[in-house]
Design a protein around this ligand. Structure first.
Ligand code: MRU
Length: 344
């Protein structure tokens, strides 16, 4: 049940572009192939691309011909630039690259010891991600009651992380394991349909009841009282501005409607998603290829000559968020102040 892993000098990942029709794995033999997978959404979801980025750097180290620490550092810096240029928004990607580079600097021994240490670090980061998600699920499950119908957007499950639980879906899975009857309403999540394709696939595999709805149906479902709670993941939480949540486009719209109808809106994210360095204005919101909007599958649905906008993420201000679930506990507003209790 892993999404990405290290195996005998290769990085293996599930090709999410092929889901749900086919379960196909990509064997990455060099870091450029991992970078391509991140760019093209073969692997996606903030924690998953963080772990993939760490493993890509491990691959760069593993394949380096460097005979000195200086030469290895040069190879890693080059690889880091390629990896960082894949997608701009998820904090985890940059967090992971920074962590591996820092680790690489900390070794005393020769090149082979450093390479081994870097690979070990990347593998450890995958294990830590799985453990963090499980802990997050345990904290978050306390917010769910038996019989709850929980809405979610995009895919914030095992496919969006190193594997097993996931973030928002991890909360649901732990509640389910505890014997609570939880059913899920998954927003299809145009344009790439991570909700319809991936969340539905994953929850079905886990035996959790799921219904897919068009994104535009969410207002009606809140109006009818058909959603008790909403949980999403995050690509970046900007701490300096009291924890604005950057997540899949459409998230902010849902948060507004949830507030209007008094439905709790929760965000589940590991600390590796929190950005302690930048202000909101410094974060790039990824603008993706217009073909994601103009086409559905092979069919063009927008007339030729008409231009489109395709921001992949949006920004939800903290006043629309009832709580943020982390591996260290559930943080209530005011988030920036209360975050200090879990990250001193
Ligand atoms: O474009 P994607 O599929 O990488 O976007 C993913 C999301 O927006 C997720 O909600 C987010 O990364 C959190 S996943 C645990």
């Amino acid at each position: 049940m892993r999404t990405v892993w290290w195996e005998k000098g290769k990085v293996i990942l599930i090709n999410q572009k092929k889901l749900p029709e086919e379960v196909v794995y990509v064997e990455c033999e060099d870091y450029h192939r991992v970078a391509e997978s991140i760019k093209t959404l073969e692997i996606r979801g903030a924690p998953a691309i963080g772990v993939a980025a760490a493993m890509a750097l491990a691959l760069a180290a593993y394949q380096s011909n460097a005979t000195s620490r200086h030469a290895l550092r040069k190879d890693l810096t080059e690889a880091a630039e390629v990896i960082k240029a894949t997608r701009p928004t998820a904090r985890n990607l940059f967090w992971a690259v920074e962590r591996v580079l820092l680790k690489a600097e900390s070794f005393e021994g020769d090149v082979s010891e450093a390479v081994e240490g870097i690979v070990t670090e990347a593998v450890l980061m995958a294990e830590e991600d799985v453990a963090a998600n499980k802990a997050m699920g345990t904290h978050g499950a306390m917010l769910l009651e038996d019989g709850d119908v929980v809405g979610t957007i995009c895919n914030a499950g095992r496919l969006a992380t190193a594997g097993e639980y996931g973030t928002a879906l991890g909360v649901i899975k732990v509640a389910h394991e505890q014997g609570k009857k939880i059913s899920v309403i998954a927003l299809e999540t145009r344009p790439v349909l991570q909700g319809a394709r991936l969340t539905a696939f994953e929850l079905m595999q886990d035996g959790i009841d799921v219904k897919v709805v068009c994104d535009g149906a969410v207002g009606y479902l809140f109006y009818k009282g058909m959603i008790d709670k909403f949980i999403c993941g995050a690509d970046r939480i900007v701490v300096a501005d009291d924890c604005y949540v950057i997540n899949k486009v459409g998230t902010h719209t849902v948060s507004l409607v949830a507030k209007q109808y008094g439905v709790p809106f929760y965000v589940a994210a590991p600390l590796s998603t929190f950005d302690f360095q930048h202000r909101l204005g410094e974060v790039e919101i990824e603008e993706r290829d217009s073909r994601e909007v103009t086409n559905i599958g092979k069919r063009r649905i927008v007339p030729h000559g008409v231009s489109v906008l395709n921001p992949a993420f949006d920004i939800t201000p903290p006043e629309f968020v009832n709580a943020i679930i982390t591996e260290k506990g559930v943080i209530q507003p005011p988030f920036k102040t209360n975050l200090k209790h879990v990250v001193p």
